[in-house]
Design a protein around this ligand. Structure first.
Ligand code: F6P
Length: 325
């Protein structure tokens, strides 16, 4: 195996608060360990088109506290094609990039795995997504900040919900995963959460209405995971039709959940994982995501990380139920 001198670094997929802290950590740990770190712009698109810059330690100054990603990001369709991947590989050869570090979510790490396998190329992934849906890591970079953002928003919604004695359906992101919805509901003292992991979505509402929308007060907040078919609007419409006595409103939090200053927890996580990514490259690791497990960096093979059956603790729905009397 030839010695790795130059590492290409990119962020891909949905941006997540803390990605900049990870870019900083990888760059500084890379330089500290005598690597050249090339920052690739716009994710895999930039890798295909050769858009990059060698990062200096100054380039990553003053970014630990900034949301988004200074390297920009994209969801590249071209990279999913054999031709696109080939172009990306040609860029690596031309730019003398010997290894890649990819910060992103499920789709991005799937691309990382495919690229690594196709060209026998060393790739290390960092879990960067607000959805927290990667297997083998207790948390993903961005999840904690987004949880806090949702909590702040729902606290505000609670004021008006209380004043008007209304039911609010608040829709949060998460793609196909309910971690944000479930845990935000607990953190906000919401009355219910509707999550994709509980397969019978319709019944979730029926059951919730049956047990009494609110026992001790007339307002209530239900956190709903985003969904094409059964998002917050769907449930609000159903309540309007089936329980016309209630005053119902919807709030879809949308992309404001992805922005903002990263939390302390996300900054620390990103810093620890960024350093561990460089360490993994030094140790000759490849095709691995660096996750966090029991407060320690853990190597997770890409094929594991992108599994779709990460443990979802449904007992938390019971906890929510019990605490919303
Ligand atoms: O994966 C992160 C995420 O924010 C999901 O929660 C959401 O479904 C999706 O990205 C939205 O993507 P986009 O910004 O491309 O619309």
């Amino acid at each position: 195996m030839s010695k790795i001198k130059t590492i290409g670094l990119l962020t891909s997929g949905g941006d997540a608060p803390g990605m900049n802290a990870a870019i900083r950590a990888v760059t500084r740990a890379g330089i500290y360990n005598d690597f050249t770190v090339k920052g690739i712009y716009r994710g895999y698109e930039g890798l295909i088109n050769g858009e990059m810059k060698t990062l200096t330690t100054e380039d990553v100054s003053g970014i630990i506290n900034r949301g988004g990603t200074i390297l920009k990001t994209a969801r590249s369709m071209e990279f999913m094609t054999p031709e696109g991947m080939q172009k990306a590989y040609e860029t690596c050869k031309r730019e003398e990039i010997d290894a890649l570090i990819v910060i992103g979510g499920n789709g991005s790490l799937t691309g990382a795995r495919d690229f690594g396998m196709e060209f026998d190329f060393p790739v290390i992934g960092l879990p960067g997504t607000i959805d927290n849906d990667l297997y083998g890591t207790d948390a993903t970079i961005g999840y904690d900040t987004t949880m806090n953002t949702i909590m702040e928003c729902v606290d505000r919604i609670r004021d008006t919900a209380n004043s008007h004695e209304r039911i609010f359906f608040v829709e949060v992101m998460g793609r196909d995963a309910g971690y944000l919805a479930m845990n935000a509901a607990l953190a906000c003292g919401a009355e219910a959460a509707i999550v994709p992991e509980e397969v019978t979505n319709e019944d979730q509402l029926a059951e919730f209405m049956k047990r009494g929308i609110r026992k001790s007060k007339k307002s209530c907040i239900v956190i709903v995971s985003e969904s094409q078919k059964c998002g917050a609007m769907y449930y609000a419409e159903r309540v309007k039709k089936e329980f016309p006595g209630f005053d119902v409103r919807v709030s879809i939090l949308g992309h404001l959940q992805r922005g903002g200053t990263p939390s302390a927890r996300d900054r620390v996580l990103a810093s620890v994982l960024g350093v561990a990514a460089i360490e993994a490259i030094k140790m000759g690791q490849r095709n691995m995501m660096i996750g966090i497990h029991h407060n320690d960096a853990a190597l997770v093979p890409f094929t594991e990380a992108i599994r779709t059956d990460k443990f979802f603790d449904k007992r938390l729905l019971e906890v929510l139920n019990e605490l919303s009397i």
